[in-house]
Design a protein around this ligand. Sequence first.
Ligand SMILES: Cc1ncc(COP(=O)(O)O)c(C=O)c1O
Length: 316
Amino acid sequence: MKPRHVLFRGRLVPYEDARLHVLTTTLKYGVGVFEGLRAYWKEDERELYIFRPHDHFRRLHDSLRVTGMDVPDGIDDLTERLTELIKANDLRQNLHIRVQAFVDNDDGTPDATGPVVVSMATIPMENYFGRAALDVCVSSWARISERSMPPRVKAIANYQNSRLAMLEARADGYTGAILLTHEGSVSEGPGYNVFVVRDGRIATPRVTDAILQGVTRDTVLQLASRHLGVEVEERRIDRTELYLADEVFVCGSAAEVTAVASIDRRPVGGGGAGETTTALQWLYDAATRGTLDREQGWVEPVYHPETSDAGSGSRV
Ligand SMILES: Cc1ncc(COP(=O)(O)O)c(C=O)c1O
């Protein structure tokens, strides 16, 4: 699991040396933001593709700006550093990549804006949920709201909300959770966006429904439009619609496209991945390996960039 090298304070350092002081401002006040992205190994091409790095790094910038932290590195620089890190670790397998940007001083005040440094670590990962459909509950915790925190970005502090929802779900025997907004409509899961399918129509909460603006969500919107000929409705979704749906699925860089088997112990459709979910899983796998929609510039090849036409970088 442990990579040989981690990017830390601008340098590649051995895994054991990527450490912070116990009085770090980040630990005291959660002054940090992060990203989780993926890279997929394609054996027949002997190539590793990073999926939508520019969009993830752009969101990292957005997170820094919204939380009032200094922005240290450009999007292209970050992509380059990640590629170097993967090469230095000589990784040729599916990966989850953890990127963090944090205030790098000891005992700072909560309004510290810098100095900000970026760390990156590459962790081998196959399917996060093992492709098993989830049994989720509607959480008793409401999703954080714009009135108190910025849900749209990936601030470390936001994840106390996700954590509480997951702890509650696990304690009650569920494998996932869906949080509602303060107004009571569907928002998202602790680490994934939510889609519902009914009578062939696909819907997902709007970005103004207190969701993280997911890169995978955007990928699914585009894949559904281009390949299934269905425009996903981005609209307010009531809790009742979860119970009435033919299919519900969640998506995220870690979760990929994962079916929901039941919600509050009520089976969804046939209880496994339905037709639309299965189709989107297939399309997502193909897009992440660079065999579909390559012209979108979603995949960034690590080992043979010169032979590829990908990598121009799209934008969410
Ligand atoms: C709260 C939350 N919502 C949604 C997502 C999905 O976002 P993405 O598809 O960009 O990984 C994540 C994962 O990062 C998340 O943590």
